[in-house]
Design a binder for this molecule. Structure first.
Ligand SMILES: *Cc1c(COP(=O)(O)O)cnc(C)c1O
Length: 369
């Protein structure tokens, strides 16, 4: 339920009266047509498009998918913006809220997902970083300093991720809501829940109705196994969603991607996804053990996601050792504060066997002890 108003002062002033692109799809009104000659589409389907599903422009926000996503997430239909991955939702949100060329920037908390700062840079708004604190086993946000940085810099969006990438750490939902309330007069709080299915923690979506400046990002790229379909969503106040619709590309969601996403949200697929998530969470402990046992590894952080982050005194050796066996892991050394870190995704049981073998010559464990 949404009863609280969205503070429209948080929308870019120059967009307040902006109508966006008026597409053939969105501008058609009148009695339902049977012959569609308004969008310059082809008169027959492509030979490769056997069921003809792709001949027409798609709905800008396909109703069936929006309904399925709202039901799956427990959100109101009007709170959901579907996007071409959460990457697009991040980009459209920044462009909707922050005017370029001035002080209306964003706050990030390193080490974190790179797209927040990339989207800000491309749009020409500043990104201010408030580093997380490394406790030795996880990363903790300094939300007091985040609130202070918002006041000081005039930033309009705070991006938080829980579980975080690449940290795998979670943030207490109570703390997120307290921050959202504290800065509600000047900035939004966006909680990126790309990995929430792998965590025990509850989603913040149920709190969006009562906290109008809180928004939540979700994706079908991770737990749902649809990274190639590029389907993400922002759950936020309907008034904000309505403006974002005018900023977003006219037809952001390709029909084949929408079709597979709808199938993925049917009960049978969701059961399958839940099983995959359980398996991943189980294998995560084994992955942590395998990486911990490799020579030179100093710490493997507690993870609530589908990967682990580790620090090693010999990152080059570790990366080379697995690469030699055809295994790619993510070098995180380009990130601030992670000059000795790698991130490894969970994979299958066989993948982990291969990883264990690749790291074996490097292990310090006495196997026959
Ligand atoms: C992987 C990831 C995403 C997903 O992005 P998509 O564009 O939906 O694929 C979003 N946020 C974080 C923190 C991620 O790690």
């Amino acid at each position: 339920m949404t009863s609280t108003a969205f503070p429209m002062s948080l929308i870019r002033e120059d967009l307040a009266a902006f109508g966006g692109y008026s597409s053939a799809r969105t501008s058609f009104d009148g009695p339902p047509a049977t012959i569609w000659l308004n969008a310059n589409e082809a008169s027959s389907a492509n030979a490769a498009d056997t069921d003809g599903r792709a001949r027409r422009y798609p709905q800008p926000q396909p109703e069936a998918l929006r309904t399925a996503v709202s039901a799956y997430l427990g959100a109101d239909y009007e709170q959901v913006l579907l996007a071409r991955g959460s990457d697009e939702a991040i980009d459209v949100l920044i462009r909707t809220v922050c005017a370029p060329g001035g002080a209306q920037g964003i706050i990030t908390c390193s080490p974190t997902f790179g797209m927040y700062a990339v989207s800000a840079a491309v749009h020409g708004v500043p990104a201010h970083d408030v580093a997380q604190h490394d406790t030795g086993s996880s990363f903790e946000h300094d939300l007091e300093s985040v609130a202070a940085a918002v006041r000081k810099t005039g930033a309009r969006i705070v991006f938080l991720a829980s579980p975080g990438n690449p940290t795998g750490s979670v943030i207490d939902l109570y703390d997120v809501l307290a921050l959202a309330d504290e800065i509600a007069d000047v900035a939004m709080v966006v909680l990126d829940e790309a990995y929430v299915e792998f965590a025990d923690d509850a989603s913040a979506i149920a709190a969006v109705g009562a906290h109008p400046t809180l928004a939540v990002l979700r994706t079908m790229s991770k737990a749902h196994g649809l990274a190639g379909a590029r389907i993400g969503a922002l759950i936020a106040h309907p008034d904000l969603i309505a403006v974002m619709r005018r900023v977003q590309a006219p037809y952001p969601l390709p029909t084949p991607a929408v079709d597979v996403a709808i199938e993925a949200l049917r009960p049978a697929s969701l059961v399958d996804t839940a099983i995959r998530v359980d398996e991943t969470v189980e294998l995560r402990d084994r992955l942590a053990e395998i990486v911990s046992a490799a020579r030179g590894v100093k710490v493997v952080y507690d993870s609530h996601a589908n990967f682990v982050l580790a620090r090693t005194s010999t990152p080059d050796r570790l990366i080379e050792a697995v690469r030699g066996q055809g295994i790619a892991i993510r070098d995180m050394r380009h990130l601030p504060g992670l000059s000795d870190a790698v991130r490894v995704s969970v994979g299958t049981s066989d993948d982990l066997d291969a990883l264990a073998q690749a790291l074996d010559p490097m292990t310090t464990l006495e196997r026959n002890a």
